[in-house]
Design a protein. Structure first.
Length: 141
């Protein structure tokens, strides 16, 4: 029998952030993909965006389902699949971001570069924020 690990308060907050990220990227992907699929002529950036969103949507939906099940159960199982789902979460985020960059690139290569630089900068800032223990609930105590 697999080992169950109860979710702690900090892990629940992390899972809720995961739901927020997955949901936002799924909505972005579906809306933009809808617009891309109506194009009469698909150039290379639009094709890359369509492929990236086609990858990201089911992967992020699967991650969203896993997170929701873990939150509703209040625990997760210790197995190699926990690591696989974390990699899938990362790949789903990357897929959605590649799709967004390619969509901007379809409109203008300058807009694509600006979006890519801004997204990369914010990604680094968020990583450093959470790496330094950016949990505000602990700072208030």
């Amino acid at each position: 029998m697999r080992k169950r690990v109860m979710l702690e308060e900090k892990e629940v907050a992390k899972e809720r952030r995961g739901i927020f990220v997955c949901t936002g990227l799924i909505i972005l992907s579906v809306i933009v993909l809808h617009a891309l699929l109506t194009l009469s002529k698909v150039d290379l950036p639009a094709f890359v965006a369509i492929l990236a969103f086609a990858f990201a949507i089911p992967v992020l939906c699967g991650c969203l389902l896993i997170i929701q099940i873990e939150l509703s159960n209040g625990y997760y199982f210790v197995s190699k699949w926990v690591d696989v789902s974390a990699y899938c979460f990362f790949l789903g985020i990357c897929g959605a971001l590649v799709g967004a960059v390619a969509t901007f690139w379809h409109v203008s290569w300058i807009a694509g570069v600006v979006f890519m630089v801004a997204a990369s900068l914010m990604f680094i800032i968020v990583l450093f924020y959470f790496d330094e223990g950016g949990d505000r609930s602990e700072a208030r105590r």
